[in-house]
Design a protein around this ligand. Sequence first.
Ligand SMILES: [Zn+2]
Length: 288
Amino acid sequence: QVRLESKKLPIIHHSKYVCELPANHRFPMGKFPRVLHFLLKDQVITEKQVWVPAIASKDLLSCVHTDDYLNKFLSGKTSEQEQRRTGFPWGTVLAAEAALQRGLACSTAGGTHHAFPGYGSGFCLLNDLAVAAKYVNSSSKKKVLIVDLDVHQGDGTAFIFKEEPAVFTFSVHCGKNFPLRKQESDLDISLEDGLEDEEYLSTEAHLPWLLQTFRPDLVLYDAGVDPHWEDELGRLRLTDQLYRRDLYVMKTTVNQGVPIATVIGGGYSRDLDKLALRHSIVHRAATQ
Ligand SMILES: [Zn+2]
């Protein structure tokens, strides 16, 4: 059982790594600092376990994104500080590196899987999963399995790696949800609206054979919480048993000796504390 108990707590700002967002940016990006807040507050982790990423360079991002798009994005109105507040994609690269060193690492952000090389889409400007996978593959020739359990298809990621044999994309998503036009992942599982815990968890069966046949050197796991029944954009009916899903993915991967880095992915609620707690399920499962 998961206990998501934190309530009515004052906002704590750790100036080292948490920034406050302007009110008009609170949906959906305001959740990122709150996830870390609850993880420290509920002693799921200690400050020593928090690694702080540096800002990503344009060189790194250009392994996935086009120069034209990056120039527009980087020379636009976004300051470095504003980019840092969005939490991606550099945190995912750091999580991948930390996972390769230590076996398991969990970001408190990331999962912007709808971004394509030349344009952003669906709250996603840059594709952190793709940048991290390419970075790991091109710097050390490692094979990467992307397990994307966000309720929306990882269409940008699927597109980016459709001709890349060293990166396997696996997406479990709600068929009728965004994006309407799906891309082709290496393995897509399309789910009906209103699916509940037990049926959903049965899709887990794909993971062991994927690990055994593809033999990745790293798994990038998008633990989106938008399949939750209370999510404002999801169309499934999962409960906090998302804990079992996350625990299963991490346990199965770690037990096969494969490093795994997790990102929080999608999750939409106007109640940011409730949402941040829901996103902290993956970190709570990771402590097991
Ligand atoms: Zn999503």
